[in-house]
Design a protein around this ligand. Structure first.
Ligand SMILES: [Zn+2]
Ligand SMILES: [Zn+2]
Length: 158
């Protein structure tokens, strides 16, 4: 079975086990979210969901995202563009992190086991129990680096 389909089903069955009454609307939102595989904000997900299934309000989409974050199925990311964005969290062993271009807004994902080790080391030194981490690196992507533009946070202030 397709990896996304497995994760969609996993979320739905685990929410069911946690006592959330099975909701056809919520399931439609979950399926659309996992299928999207992008860093969507709540508005963008709402736009997608609206086209798939009528009668789902923005608030339901927003609450579903928060629920997914609360139970570790999704995580929030912040690319400094004024939105809280969400992505699926189906890789608890080694999380990916982000390189964000401040000119064009492109987002590149990368994974590095060293970061996980660092997280564990910093935590154990202080007796802290880590759950997840967030690392966002801001800069200029290769494409934008070739163009002669004055440096600045163009994307952020547009
Ligand atoms: Zn760029
Ligand atoms: Zn990501």
């Amino acid at each position: 079975m397709d990896r996304k389909l497995i994760f969609q089903n996993k979320i739905i069955s685990e929410l069911d086990k946690k006592g959330f009454r099975n909701s056809e609307k919520r399931n439609a939102i979950i399926r659309a979210f996992v299928a999207s595989n992008k860093h969507l904000n709540a508005d963008e997900l709402y736009e997608i969901v609206k086209k798939i299934r009528a009668g789902i309000g923005f608030v339901t989409v927003y609450r579903t995202l928060k629920l997914l974050v609360r139970y570790g199925f999704a995580r929030e990311v912040d690319f400094k563009d004024g939105f809280t964005r969400y992505e699926i969290n189906d890789e608890p062993s080694v999380q990916h992190d982000h390189l964000i271009c401040i000119r064009c807004g492109s987002v590149t994902e990368f994974k590095d086991a060293e970061i996980e080790k660092l997280k564990d080391k910093a935590s154990s030194n202080t007796g802290f129990a880590p759950i997840f981490h967030r690392l966002e690196i801001f800069g200029i992507c290769k494409q934008c680096g070739k163009k002669k533009v004055k440096p600045g946070w163009k994307k952020m202030y547009e």
